[in-house]
Design a binder for this molecule. Structure first.
Ligand code: NAD
Ligand code: MG
Length: 298
């Protein structure tokens, strides 16, 4: 029997503690080029119908965390629209094929969400092709490590904010009027929101903003029956880390400093998003669920 997320096992060695070799990819990185490979749930996520009939839009769904969430949602019975950059078409096609093999619909929506009009267009196309929308996962993000503030260009600072937080505003603003009561919004923040690395000044501050935006919007939308929550991952092995996300000399040690002693695999995040998306979390809103290998959080 293949093991899945319900198999009783020691979390320390559910996956090996990896020591990724130094490697580099242009941004955005591709899962298909990543060494070692990641587990996004193709063989290891088992669905039990928790999202039957739901319609989800997920940004950054071609790779890493978003891809694992897309597979998890589809296996729980949802149709999924995948947002990603055009350069990531091959990763997106792979995830779409997994979803279709599960008998669910995969809608492919390439585009650059650091642009307001493109963000609005993304929502319109997702709603049209899914026939509605009741789950929104704002997960896309960029992360470029720079050691010194003098070396962060104004352009990088602005691009990071446009992609990581402005796009959440544009996409959510367009989606909310179209989402019925019972719908759920989930934003991907980070442990960086509380424990910023000195070389991620721009990135970490967008993640703190996402936490705050989540808690404010959750209160605003509560009476409309829409819940808003966040997931804060710790170190997960994804293409983000090798496309300038980490200083190169830190890659072999990636994820080893958390209490569980290893980096997370993307599929270990899927159940957190499934829980927050499904009606079983009906009394949970404005919450940030930390999935970080045991690092204490505020
Ligand atoms: P990833 O590279 O696989 O995913 C990021 C995705 O963002 C890309 O696949 C891309 O499709 C999308 N994206 C970036 N810029 C875009 C743009 N301008 N337009 C459209 N899409 C764009 O890496 P990941 O680690 O899975 O990242 C997913 C989310 O998780 C990000 O928000 C990241 O900040 C967050 N996160 C990751 C970690 C980690 O350790 N990997 C930890 C905490 C938070
Ligand atoms: Mg990608």
């Amino acid at each position: 029997m293949t093991s899945d997320q319900y198999t009783f096992q020691n979390p320390v060695d559910r996956y090996p503690s990896i020591s990724p070799p130094k490697q580099s990819q242009p941004e955005p990185g591709l899962d298909k080029e990543l060494e070692p490979k990641t587990d996004r749930g193709e063989e290891s996520y088992r669905g039990t119908g928790r999202l039957a009939g739901r319609r989800a839009l997920i940004t950054g769904a071609d790779s890493g965390i978003g891809a694992a969430v897309a597979i998890g949602f589809a296996r729980e019975g949802a149709d999924v629209a995948l947002s990603y950059l055009p350069a990531e078409e091959s990763d997106a096609q792979h995830i779409a094929s997994v979803i279709e093999k599960d008998g669910r619909k995969a809608v492919l929506l390439p585009g650059d969400i650091s642009d307001a009009a493109a963000s609005r267009d993304l929502v319109a196309k997702a709603v049209e092709q899914l026939g509605g929308l009741d789950i929104l996962v704002n997960n896309a993000g960029r992360q470029i490590a720079v050691e010194q503030i003098e070396d962060i260009s104004d352009e990088q600072f602005e691009d990071t904010f446009r992609t990581n937080i402005f796009a959440i505003f544009w996409i959510t603003k367009a989606a909310v009027p179209l989402m019925p009561p019972g719908s759920t919004i989930i934003n991907t923040t980070s442990v960086q929101a509380y424990n910023p690395s000195p070389f991620l000044l721009d990135y970490a501050s967008t993640k703190a903003a996402i936490n705050n935006f989540t808690k404010g919007l959750a209160q605003q939308l509560a009476s409309r029956g829409i819940r808003v929550n966040a997931v804060a991952p710790g170190p997960f092995w994804t293409p983000l880390q090798v496309s300038e996300g980490q200083p190169k000399d830190k890659l072999p040690e990636f994820g080893k400093n958390v209490p569980l002693g290893r980096a997370g695999q993307p599929t270990e995040l899927a159940p957190a998003y499934v829980y927050l998306a499904s009606p079983e979390s009906s009394y949970v809103s404005g919450e940030t669920l930390n999935v970080n290998g045991g690092t204490p959080t505020p």
